[in-house]
Design a protein around this ligand. Structure first.
Ligand code: HC1
Ligand code: SF4
Length: 563
């Protein structure tokens, strides 16, 4: 530690702290705008200036502390500087006030209104330069974290680079930009109005909720970060008018059955092939992250045949709700409005993919982000912390610990291994918590030795990439033969869905770790922790699908890709 004096009082602080971190650690307020704990300081807005002992002003966000340093945050000229920054900001955002009051974000379908205020959209995110305060956070999230370089901040606000419209760029819809934006200049395309319309039309409302929503929705409604709010989330959705609330975790278990069977089939072929031929087959990639699908389709189309054909759990649930569930409940599929609550903005695009039309039907009618659900809960004055816990609706509401793991990087891999290993080896994987798949590293890899129950021991080479920049590093190296894998999980957001672009905005530097720990504890507490042990999964195969990868399963639970 080093000793620094702030506003006349001495404190011991870690020596790698910035002045901003040192002040905030003591509860001393320093205003900021462009600063975000997960982005390297941008030093753009200058709202955080402090008065140094030598008479100079210094930006607290980007200057490190030093032993014996003294600075003040409370002098008239510091306050004047911050006031000037915020006066300028107010002047810039004044024209924004009328659309803000009207809350146009909920009327994205009224295209005239949208174009009238120069909003650009690709159906996943919306960019409104008039609300931009030029902080540069979205640009940094897109260029520095995701390394996509889609956005630029100009004097007239944020826009896609090169004068393009969003849908002319290779934006994958990950939404990281929107979760770093402090004003809403970049936001998800809202589907709230679709829900209100369906309620008004008297439709049967069926909601599904993604694994990562339960560990983050509380942050939007007065519950501490890192707490699991599954039961309250279900209760809130019922209070908002949902007739049924079912669990995307159920279809995460179903995904493991379908994708696991596909992997086993693929590996049996690969292991039987001559080594050179086997290497040419390349790895199988997971297919549940829609931003990853958008990325592979536009950047690495040679690998489309390597993508698992399994639809994402969200889309599988859509098919199940409008067939199996509708029949069981005696409801006509066309009378159902089915929406998903997702931590993701790209999911809003996934529901409109033409490859997902099933029996002439769109199976998921809308996607609300965790933030949008939070907004609804607050708007309807629901006292979230006081809600009683409610259960998901049967017979598509039960799930295992393996399913909730989908919400974090490495989770699909861990869940798949628990099932695939047991099927191939005829005995359980030694440890349920598979350490090489855990944590937040951008690329994780391991070799799993599988003693086949009817043959020799084989090796499954696995890799896990989270954050699209890591996938984009990995792909050319796979193509060049520098990385050889059998099964690769990719999630486009750093850390996986827990830090999806539709999750609550947070200035807590440890937020991803907190949500990840919540996912791991939810798995540990689960009575059943392997997808194939879920009794409702066994039941749906018995009653409806027959067996994994059956003809019916292919029709309803698998897909193709655009090349
Ligand atoms: Fe995800 Fe998935 S885990 S993609 O990260 O496979 O969004 O949470 O719902 O579909 O299950 C997101 C999360 C989510 C799907 C599942
Ligand atoms: Fe960049 Fe993702 Fe935002 Fe698109 S959605 S602009 S890729 S951060």
């Amino acid at each position: 530690t080093v000793s620094v004096t702030i506003n006349g009082t001495s404190y011991d602080v870690p020596k790698n702290y910035t002045m901003l971190e040192a002040a905030r650690a003591q509860g001393i307020f320093v205003p900021t705008l462009c600063y975000h704990p997960r982005i390297k300081p941008l030093g753009r807005c200058k709202a955080c200036v402090v008065d140094m002992e030598d008479g100079n002003l210094s930006m607290a966000c980007s200057s490190k502390v030093a032993d014996g340093m003294s600075f003040r945050t409370d002098t008239p000229r510091v306050k004047a500087k911050a006031a000037a920054v915020f006066r300028e900001l107010k002047a810039k955002t004044m024209p924004v006030v009328p659309p803000r009051r009207l809350d146009l974000s909920e009327f994205e379908n009224t295209f005239d209104a949208v174009t009238a205020c120069d909003v650009d959209t690709n159906g996943m995110i919306m960019v409104d330069p008039s609300m931009c305060v030029d902080c540069g956070r979205c640009e940094a999230a897109c260029s520095k974290i995701q390394e996509m370089g889609i956005l630029e901040t100009t004097a007239s606000g944020v826009r896609p680079h090169g004068g393009l419209r969003l849908d002319e760029t290779r934006c994958i819809g990950c939404g990281q930009c929107s979760s770093f934006c402090p004003t809403g200049a970049i936001s998800e395309v809202s589907h709230i109005e679709r829900l209100y319309t369906a309620i008004a039309e008297g439709k049967t409302i069926v909601a599904q909720t993604a694994p990562a929503v339960r560990v983050a929705i509380g942050e939007e409604c007065g519950v501490a970060a890192g707490e699991v709010s599954t039961g309250k989330m279900v209760a809130a959705l019922k209070a908002l008018g949902c007739n049924y609330v079912v669990d995307t975790d159920f279809t995460a278990d179903l995904t493991i059955m379908e994708e696991g069977t596909e992997l086993i089939g693929r590996m049996q072929k690969k292991w039987a092939a001559a080594p050179e031929q086997a290497e040419k087959m390349g790895p199988m990639f997971t297919s549940c992250c829609p931003a990853w699908i958008n990325n592979i389709e536009t950047r690495f189309p040679d690998y489309l045949d390597n993508l698992s054909t399994a639809r994402s759990p969200m889309m599988m649930m859509g098919s199940v709700v409008k067939t199996y569930f509708a029949k069981k409940m005696g409801i006509k599929p066309e009378d159902i409005f089915h929406f998903a609550v997702m931590p993701c903005t790209a999911k809003k695009g996934e529901i409109d993919r033409m490859q997902m039309v099933t029996g002439g039907m769109k199976v998921v009618d809308a996607v609300l982000t965790t933030r949008e659900l939070g907004k609804l809960i607050r708007k309807h004055h629901i006292d979230f912390p006081a809600l009683p816990n409610q259960e998901f609706d049967s017979p598509i509401g039960s799930s295992t610990g393996a399913a909730v793991l989908f919400g974090t990087t490495g989770g699909v891999m861990e869940a798949a291994l628990r099932t695939a290993y047991e099927i191939l080896a005829g005995k359980p994987l030694g440890t349920l918590s598979y350490t090489p798949a855990r944590g937040l590293d951008g690329i994780k890899e391991a070799s799993v030795e599988i003693p086949l129950k009817d043959g020799p021991t084989k090796t499954l080479r696995i890799a896990i990439a989270s954050g699209i920049s890591n996938a984009n590093v990995m792909m050319p190296e796979i193509a060049a033969g520098k990385r050889n894998y059998d099964f690769v999980e990719v999630m486009a957001c750093p850390g996986g869905c827990i830090s999806g672009g539709g999750q609550p905005k947070s200035l807590d530097p440890k937020i991803i770790e907190k949500r990840q720990s919540a996912i791991y504890s939810d798995d540990e507490k689960a009575k059943l922790r392997k997808s194939h042990e879920n009794p409702e999964i066994q039941q749906i195969y018995k009653e409806f699908f027959g067996e994994p990868n059956s003809h019916k399963a292919h029709e309803l639970l698998h897909t193709t890709y655009a090349d």
